[in-house]
Design a protein around this ligand. Structure first.
Ligand code: AKG
Ligand code: FE2
Length: 290
C-alpha cells in the first residue's frame, strides 16, 4: 500500500534512464523537470492556440461517464500530429521519451506506438476528474493487477505552470503496486504534480491519478498528454486516417512507427499491422528504417 502524503519525486531531464526508471518502478510516476525548453513550450503553444480557442469546453461523448471524465470546463484538442510541427518533429521524437519507452516496453512487449495525444486545458471551476488508471481502457488488464504487463505509458507535459489550485494532476504514488486494481483509492491519498511549464509527469498505466480541480476564477491549466501502447494493442486515435501522407513523409522513421505507418513487431510475433506479410512502410513506399 502507498504511504499517503508521499510526495512525487522529481529528477531533471538530464538524469539517467536508470534513475528515472527506478523511481517510476517504485512510485508509478515521476516529475521530469525541463523535458521541454521554454522555447519549445512557447512554439508549441503558438501552434495550437487558435485551434484551442475555437474549441468549446466539455465533452461531446454521448456516454455520461465518458462525458464526466472529459470535464465540463475542460478542452481536449486531439490529432496534434496534424496540427503542430513542434509536436510531431520535436516532442514525440524526443530522445528521453524514446529511451524510457524502449527501456520499459522492449523487454516486455518488443514494440510500442502512440495511442493518443491531446492538449488538456482545465478551466476555472472545473471539478476534479474521477480517479482512474489509464490501463482501464484495455479492461482485461485491470484483473491482472500489478503483475500484468505495462500497457500504457503516459507523458503529461505542463504547458502552463501547474499549481494545486489551478488543477495540477493528482497522483497516488505507489498505487501501481496495489494488489487490487479495482481499488482506485480516494482523493485524500493523492498528491498534486506541481510543475513548471516544460516539466513532465511521466507515469505508468497502473498508477491512480486524475486531473485536479481548478478552484481559481481566471487560470487555465494547459497540458499536453501523449501516451504509448505496446504494438499488440489497438490505440485510441486512428492516426493513419488522420495524418496526411505529405506530413508523414517529413517524419523520422521512429515517429512514422509511432503513428502506425510502419508495421509492429511485438515479441513472439513475426509482425502485426502488415501488408501481405510485408513491412507496411515498404508497401507505402516510405523510406525503410528497419
Ligand atoms: O488532465 C490531467 O491532469 C489528467 C488527465 C487524465 O488523466 C486523462 O484524461 O486520462
Ligand atoms: Fe488518465
Amino acid at each position: 500500500m502507498t504511504t499517503t502524503e508521499q510526495k512525487l519525486r522529481r529528477l531533471p531531464a538530464t538524469a539517467s534512464v536508470a534513475d528515472i526508471r527506478s523511481v517510476v518502478d517504485a512510485d508509478g510516476g515521476i516529475v521530469i523537470e525541463g523535458l521541454l525548453t521554454a522555447d519549445q513550450v512557447a512554439r508549441f503553444n503558438a501552434d495550437i492556440d487558435d485551434d484551442l480557442a475555437a474549441l468549446a469546453p466539455g465533452g461531446t461523448h454521448t456516454d455520461e461517464i465518458a462525458k464526466e471524465f472529459h470535464g465540463a470546463n475542460t478542452k481536449r484538442l486531439t490529432n496534434l500530429v496534424s496540427r503542430s510541427a513542434v509536436f510531431r518533429e520535436e516532442i514525440i521524437d524526443n530522445n528521453l521519451v524514446h529511451k524510457l519507452c524502449d527501456d520499459i516496453f522492449h523487454p516486455e512487449s518488443g514494440t510500442y506506438w502512440m495511442t493518443t495525444a491531446q492538449v488538456i486545458e482545465i478551466g476555472p471551476g472545473n471539478h476534479a476528474q474521477m480517479l482512474h488508471r489509464d490501463l482501464e481502457n484495455w479492461f482485461p488488464f485491470v484483473g491482472m493487477g500489478p503483475a500484468g504487463p505495462e500497457v500504457i505509458l503516459n507523458f503529461l507535459i505542463a504547458l502552463t505552470d501547474f499549481t494545486e489550485e489551478n488543477g495540477a494532476t493528482r497522483v497516488i504514488p505507489g498505487s501501481n503496486h496495489w494488489p487490487d486494481f479495482e481499488d482506485r483509492g480516494n482523493p485524500a491519498q493523492t498528491v498534486p504534480a506541481v510543475m513548471k511549464a516544460g516539466d513532465a509527469l511521466f507515469f505508468s498505466g497502473k498508477t491512480v491519478h486524475g486531473g485536479g480541480a481548478n478552484v481559481t476564477t481566471d487560470e487555465y491549466r494547459r497540458a499536453v498528454g501523449f501516451a504509448f501502447n505496446p504494438g499488440y494493442l489497438v490505440g485510441e486515435e486512428a492516426y493513419p486516417f488522420l495524418v496526411d501522407r505529405s506530413v508523414v513523409e517529413t517524419l523520422s522513421p521512429r515517429v512514422q512507427g509511432l503513428l502506425g505507418f510502419r508495421s509492429q513487431y511485438p515479441t513472439g510475433s513475426p509482425g502485426l499491422w502488415m501488408v501481405n506479410y510485408q513491412e507496411l512502410a515498404d508497401y507505402l513506399g516510405l523510406e525503410s528504417g528497419r
